[in-house]
Design a protein around this ligand. Structure first.
Ligand SMILES: CC(C)(COP(=O)(O)OP(=O)(O)OC[C@H]1O[C@@H](n2cnc3c(N)ncnc32)[C@H](O)[C@@H]1OP(=O)(O)O)[C@@H](O)C(=O)NCCC(=O)NCCS
Length: 220
């Protein structure tokens, strides 16, 4: 290819503008949930989460997680703000059908102006580390198939896509189930199967596992 000698400076290809994300804030305080401050933390959490997640979680959902697994909930606080909570992760950890000790990241949200600075990554890591300390075998979660930021974040942390859940959310959107295996062989660990239940379905068509339901009957 030959270059055009008559090209004026304005015709020259522009150097792409690269936007570098703002550096991680060192002045944020990352803390574990403390039930003694429930009255302040829970409303702040609900406000932060309800803004972005498609599922309308009731207060009972928060209590379900926080009363049993408050030590798996972490928050990022910017103390220069009147409402200091800028990020939160809520999780649980329990045996899955008599099989692996399974962690579950139920909610993760960062205030819009604070995104892209690694806050969610740090919160997710704190939750993962707390589950590892408690001997978790695996960690799972669901995220909308269109949620590029969340998928990128979790895949960078080592999560793999295990299933596509068709029309999983109330808004009709589908989800990916993501899984992080923490120990060798966990992926093939057997779970208890009800001998009187329906026959196992082929991989990829498995029925949703029993879980707490929304008031409207949907899994959350
Ligand atoms: C998903 C969410 C928690 C990420 O928070 P965050 O603090 O911005 O996350 P981080 O900065 O730690 O990392 C986000 C990653 O996604 C990338 N990202 C952010 N927005 C993106 C977008 N629109 N498209 C593609 N990637 C995006 C970031 O660049 C970063 O990846 P990188 O470090 O490789 O560049 C935040 O966007 C949020 O609160 N969303 C609404 C609630 C939600 O969707 N929660 C997840 C439910 S599972």
């Amino acid at each position: 290819m030959t270059s055009n000698p008559s090209t004026s400076p304005s015709d020259q290809p522009l150097t792409p503008i690269t936007t570098t994300p703002p550096p991680p804030r060192n002045d944020l305080r990352y803390i574990r949930y403390n039930a003694a401050h429930e009255d302040a933390y829970v409303p702040a959490m609900r406000q932060l989460i309800s803004k972005d997640l498609s599922e309308p979680y009731s207060i009972y959902v928060y209590r379900y997680f926080l009363y049993q697994w408050g030590e798996l909930c972490f928050m990022a606080m910017d103390d220069s703000l009147p409402d200091p909570m800028v990020g939160v992760v809520v999780s649980k950890l329990e045996p899955h059908r008599g099989g692996p000790l399974r962690g579950y990241i139920a909610m993760l949200a960062v205030r819009e102006e604070y995104r892209g600075r690694g806050i969610a990554t740090k919160l997710a890591r704190m939750a993962i580390d707390a589950m590892v300390e408690r001997d978790a075998d695996e960690i799972v979660l669901e995220t909308e198939t269109t949620n590029t930021a969340a998928i990128k974040l979790y895949e960078r942390l080592g999560f793999l896509r295990s299933k596509r859940l068709h029309r999983y959310y109330l808004n009709g959107n589908s989800a990916y189930r993501l899984v992080l295996y923490l120990k060798e062989g966990v992926g093939s660990m057997r779970t208890n199967v009800d001998p009187y239940g329906p026959p196992p379905m082929p991989e990829g068509l498995a029925a949703p596992e029993p879980a707490l339901l929304h008031e409207n009957g949907r899994e959350w």
